[in-house]
Design a protein around this ligand. Structure first.
Ligand code: PRT
Ligand code: ZN
Length: 285
């Protein structure tokens, strides 16, 4: 059987979460000695380990069929690829930053300035849209030191916690792009590979759904069951089971991570006790 080839970062911030996701999708890889490729033992898939910057091109050219890469890299490389699914990890932003004592509260400040970045394509297109003309200095690493050594007035770089900027005497001025890891695909997959992609995608969605939801179990007095059921509608409706103790029920449901703490307060207000919240591994709607 022909393999679907998935390009994953060889080492760096995306690698661990990418492999974890594939594993959660049930793809087992032998930890072979060959670090360039790994073959799944239970699915017609092969992982290719590459530098993240090369992944869009390999996917465009069909050397790899799928890839896991940051949206920032996809946009910068402008290759003919399809973004199939956001993956929810490696979240960051691409931001303009200036020395901490500089007042650069409007994008206009950047007019005529020198900006160092590893993302010239994205920065140029942003500035064009804002009608700003600046001099772009493309550098491939340690962008944050550019203002300090007099190479640029500002930088545009990836920010996550902001501590790199802070420790280099810089501050964030404008965020121009939000990014996270995405699954990309080649625009010319065969029918057979499209079928494999759909299988993988179905599994990724089940893993992501599960990650965003929790299984909740609680005990409640019978007179509160209706109220609690309306707070916890679950996937179809909650399960309600009688407790051995008269007048009490056990309620089981699914709750979305985002609204979880608000709901807990409401549940307690309706007399819920012994609330257990447990992770869900896979969730198929
Ligand atoms: O070797 P290879 O080319 O494959 O890897 P790389 O060094 O180019 O990339 P890598 O592993 O650093 O990042 C891969 C992807 O992770 C990026 O393309 C982003 O999509 C995403 N990502 C998420 C980040 C960060 N968070 C991040 N914090 N990429 C880089 N950083 C760097 C940033 O460049 C800056 O130096 O971390 C610093 C800022 O972090 P804070 O927390 O101090 O703000
Ligand atoms: Zn890279």
């Amino acid at each position: 059987m022909e393999n679907i080839r998935i390009a994953v970062q060889k080492s760096g911030r995306l690698q661990e979460s990418s492999l974890k996701l594939l594993k959660e999708c049930g793809l087992k890889f032998s930890n072979g000695q060959n670090k360039l490729k790994a073959q799944a033992s239970n699915f017609p898939a092969e992982v290719l380990f590459l530098r993240d910057d090369d992944i869009p091109e390999y996917v465009q050219d069909g050397v790899a069929d799928l890839g896991i890469v940051g949206e920032n890299v996809c946009l910068e490389k402008e290759k003919d690829i399809k973004t199939v699914q956001k993956l929810g990890f490696a979240k960051c932003r691409l931001s303009l930053a200036v020395p901490k004592n500089t007042e650069a509260d409007s994008v206009k400040w950047f007019d005529g300035k020198r900006i160092a970045t590893s993302y010239p394509v994205i920065v140029k297109s942003f500035l064009k849209k804002e009608n700003i003309s600046a001099e772009i200095h493309e550098i491939s690493g340690s962008v944050e030191i550019a203002p300090g050594i007099g190479l640029a007035d500002a930088i545009c770089d990836i920010v996550s916690t902001g501590s790199t900027l802070l420790s280099n005497g810089l501050k964030e001025s404008f965020s121009i792009l939000k990014s996270e890891a995405v699954l990309i695909s080649s625009p010319k997959l065969t029918d057979y590979k499209t079928e494999l992609l759909n299988k993988i995608l179905f599994r990724i969605k089940a893993v992501n759904e599960a990650r965003n939801n929790k299984y909740i179990l609680l005990n409640a007095p019978n007179h509160s069951v209706e109220k609690i059921a309306s707070i916890l509608p679950g996937m179809k409706s909650p399960t309600v089971l009688p407790l051995k103790e008269e007048g009490w029920s056990s309620i089981h449901s699914v709750v979305d991570e985002g609204t979880f703490w608000d709901k807990i307060d409401q549940l307690k207000a309706h007399g819920a006790q012994g609330i257990l919240v447990v992770p869900i591994e896979k969730m198929i709607l």
